[in-house]
Ligand binder design. Structure first.
Ligand code: NDP
Ligand code: ZN
Length: 352
């Protein structure tokens, strides 16, 4: 079969591989719609998770089941499914501790395009199909559904980690697809004022659509100063980091109030450490919490996100700015994600 792969750091190309084998609990799926992620770009072009050789990329897919193992009960060939980016080993101690993202090792619930071949292939393997697949409901578009696998679960996790309460004033740093879903998640959790940080007009318009009240453009000067001005020197209750570089942690700590929470879903792809500003962290005593996490995956999470779309709590289709038809366009879509032209939020490739 054909797949679009990372050959090594900074090198991508089409490769031929054997079709994956199906274990007794597993499924083999062919993609119907796929989308490249900014994380694929960090992986290939920044070497953020180290070198990988001939590893097929991609972890966002909606697909059709083509084969299931003998122990799979709820899925059969022909089913159309949403495949989460995170497909944990549900029989692991980390799951019992409540952190399925880290089943069998830190970040090891993230398998596609990390520890095993990803979804930019004619066929891909899904471990524990009954626990990691969700049925695509009738009437949900492929473009919307493929936004659930990673963008919606990640952005919403930013809002969950931030423990947003009714009325919490919230800053979302970065309004690419992940940050936009963080804005939406913050609104759903009852945030009061939502301030979004970005620069591209298209993303600003989308941030307002998803619930931002104010916009701060990071190109117009220090975002801490701008947010302090907007809040009359008070700062905010919650900050969600969903874009920018390592400097954003320092900024987030500076703009959050004592007792506030800084949540991070950004992927820090370079540098040895992230600085914490000593004084604004109250010399260690400000009760400012810093939390960060990989997005939740698995079947139940996808089913719950599906309900949010089905019952009109959120419309992810606004994230999709470019739609390609034909598997061969995966390469074009990935490179578009690397270049991030002004009119791009997310590209989707329709395969069927
Ligand atoms: P995008 O590149 O599309 O968005 C990044 C956003 O950050 C843009 O709004 C951009 O502004 C803004 N930005 C850039 N520089 C700065 C700066 N210096 N200060 C403030 N804002 C800035 O990324 P995605 O939305 O696709 O992904 C966001 C991050 O989430 C990525 O690092 C990705 O790898 C990570 N991720 C994490 C996951 C997890 O499980 N934790 C899962 C999936 C993704 P503009 O373009 O408007 O100028
Ligand atoms: Zn991703």
């Amino acid at each position: 079969m054909k797949g679009f792969a990372m050959l090594g750091i900074n090198k991508v190309d089409w490769i031929e591989k054997d079709k994956p084998c199906c274990g007794v609990y597993d499924a083999i799926v062919r993609p119907l719609a796929i989308s490249p992620c900014t994380s694929d770009i960090h992986t290939v072009f920044e070497g953020a998770i180290g070198d990988r050789h001939d590893m097929i990329l991609g972890h966002e897919a909606v697909g059709e089941v083509v084969e299931v193992g003998s122990e799979v009960k709820d899925f059969k060939p022909g089913d159309r499914v949403v495949v989460p980016a995170i497909t944990p080993d549900w029989r692991s101690l980390e799951v019992q501790r409540g952190f399925h993202q880290h089943s069998n090792g830190m970040l090891a619930g993230w398998k596609f395009s990390n520890f095993k071949d990803g979804v930019f292939a004619e066929f891909f393997h899904v471990n524990d199909a009954d626990m990691n697949l969700a049925k695509l409901p009738e009437g949900m578009s492929l473009e919307s559904a493929v936004m659930l696998c990673d963008m919606m679960t990640t952005g919403f996790h930013g809002a969950e980690l931030a423990e947003i309460e009714m009325g919490s004033s919230t800053v979302v740093i970065g309004i690419g697809a992940v940050g936009l879903m963080a804005v939406s998640g913050a609104k759903l959790r009852g945030a009061g004022r939502i301030i979004a940080v970005g620069s591209r007009p298209l993303c600003i318009e989308a941030a307002k659509f998803y619930g931002a009240n104010d916009i701060v453009n990071y190109r117009n000067g220090d975002i801490v100063d701008q947010i302090m001005n907007l809040t009359k020197g008070q700062g905010v209750d919650r900050v969600i980091m969903a874009g920018g570089g390592v400097e954003t942690l320092e900024q987030a700590i500076k703009m959050v109030k004592p007792g506030g929470v800084v949540s991070n879903v950004n992927y820090h792809g370079s540098g040895e450490s992230l600085p914490i500003p000593r004084v604004e962290w109250g010399c260690g005593m400000a009760h400012k919490s810093i939390r960060g996490g990989l997005c939740p995956g698995g079947r139940l999470r996808m089913e719950m996100l599906i309900d949010l779309v089905r019952y009109n709590r959120v419309d992810p289709s606004k994230l999709v700015t470019h739609v390609f038809h034909g598997f061969e366009n995966v390469e074009k879509a990935l490179l578009l994600m690397k270049d991030k032209p002004k009119d791009l939020i997310k590209p989707v490739v329709i395969v069927e």
